[in-house]
Ligand binder design. Structure first.
Ligand code: ADE
Ligand code: ZN
Length: 338
């Protein structure tokens, strides 16, 4: 009989919530810093890893933006993305939807084009060399103002073929989705799909705003949806996916223990939850480590793990036919390894 570990390793899955800047492993960060002659606060892999001890989301973001500061050349963005694809592919992720944060770089004087070209060239290689399908989601930094987001959207309009959707990330508390209603209106008019981080640290009200004002197709995290029964009902009825990130929630103290994670409750209430890694280089693992940790903590069965893997494809931005093909693959895997 296949062990749960092996079952998780082998099951075909999609990853829908991965910040590419959050996949920058310490070794590569230091290598890129060195070649760009960029001073960073932490001088070794050991020092970096020791610093990855966060009290909350903002603690993490401060280090994450500092880490991203080593990225300057197109090749840096390529190398980061390619390294991520290789790791993700090795975990039987067949489809990947990644976030990138252009303002993290344009605010430091890096051209939007430099960022996009480097990332996209790696995604093209992922398709051609690994056979992976990918979608790119451009996030606005919610701690910056609406004008900055609007300027970023204007850049993206020239690259609609490459950018599938826009999202919203960074410091949640004090920056509700309503702050970006006009930007998201414009983005949808231009044909972009929309997603948003909501209910990670913020209240259920922010999830209502993401749905009603930003008209998102998907909610990233959504932990606090469970505080509001009416919201849960709407999310379940409308099959709005939640991209859940267990190790992130633990590392950022959204929960104190994985045993307290709301995932099982979400599934019991009929919510379309999937498992994702968020910022794998910072939170102790890629998607399989997330599946494994939450499966152990909540004692998930192979059926439940299979449901989560199916949910990942159902929740994706793949075309319907491709989705069905992937779901059939997951079911076949379950039948052969149950
Ligand atoms: N940017 C990168 N990771 C994030 C997270 N977990 N929440 C909000 N913004 C982020
Ligand atoms: Zn995230």
């Amino acid at each position: 009989m296949t062990t749960v570990e092996d079952f998780i390793t082998g099951i075909p899955k999609a990853e829908l919530h991965l910040h590419i800047e959050g996949s920058l492993e310490p070794e590569l960060m230091l290598e890129i810093a060195k070649r760009n002659k960029k001073e960073i606060k932490y001088k070794s892999v050991g020092e970096l890893k020791k610093a990855y001890d966060f009290g909350n989301l903002q603690d993490f973001l401060d280090i994450y933006y500092e880490g991203a500061g080593v990225l300057i050349e197109e090749q840096d963005f390529y190398d980061m993305t390619w390294a991520c694809l290789e790791r993700v592919y090795a975990q039987n992720v067949l489809h990947l939807e990644i976030f990138f944060d252009p303002q993290t770089h344009t605010d430091r004087g890096i051209e939007f084009q430099t960022v996009l070209k480097g990332i996209n060239r790696a995604l093209e290689d992922g398709k051609n060399k690994l056979g992976m399908t990918t979608k790119l989601i451009m996030c606005f930094l919610r701690h910056l103002d609406e004008d900055s987001a609007m300027k970023t959207l204007e850049e993206a309009i020239n690259h609609k073929k490459i950018i599938a959707a826009v999202g919203l990330d960074s410091s949640e508390l004090g920056h509700p989705p309503s702050k970006f209603q006009r930007v998201f209106d414009q983005a949808r008019q231009e044909g972009f799909l929309t997603v948003a981080h909501a209910g990670e640290e913020g209240p259920a009200e922010y999830i209502w705003e993401a749905l009603n004002l930003l008209k998102v197709s998907r909610v990233d995290h959504g932990n606090h949806s469970l505080d509001d029964e009416e919201l849960v009902q709407i999310l379940a009825d409308r099959k709005i996916p939640l991209t859940v990130c267990p190790l992130s929630n633990l590392k950022l103290k959204v929960i104190n223990d994985l045993k307290d994670h709301p995932l099982r409750k979400m599934l019991e209430k009929g919510l379309l939850a999937s498992i994702n890694s968020d910022d794998p280089a910072y939170f102790g693992g890629y998607v399989n480590e997330n599946y494994l940790a939450i499966s152990k903590a909540l004692d998930l069965s192979k059926e439940e793990i299979t449901q989560l893997a199916k949910n990942s494809f159902v929740s994706s931005f793949l075309e319907e036919e491709a989705k069905q093909k992937m779901i059939n693959k997951v079911e076949k895997y379950y039948q052969e390894n149950r």
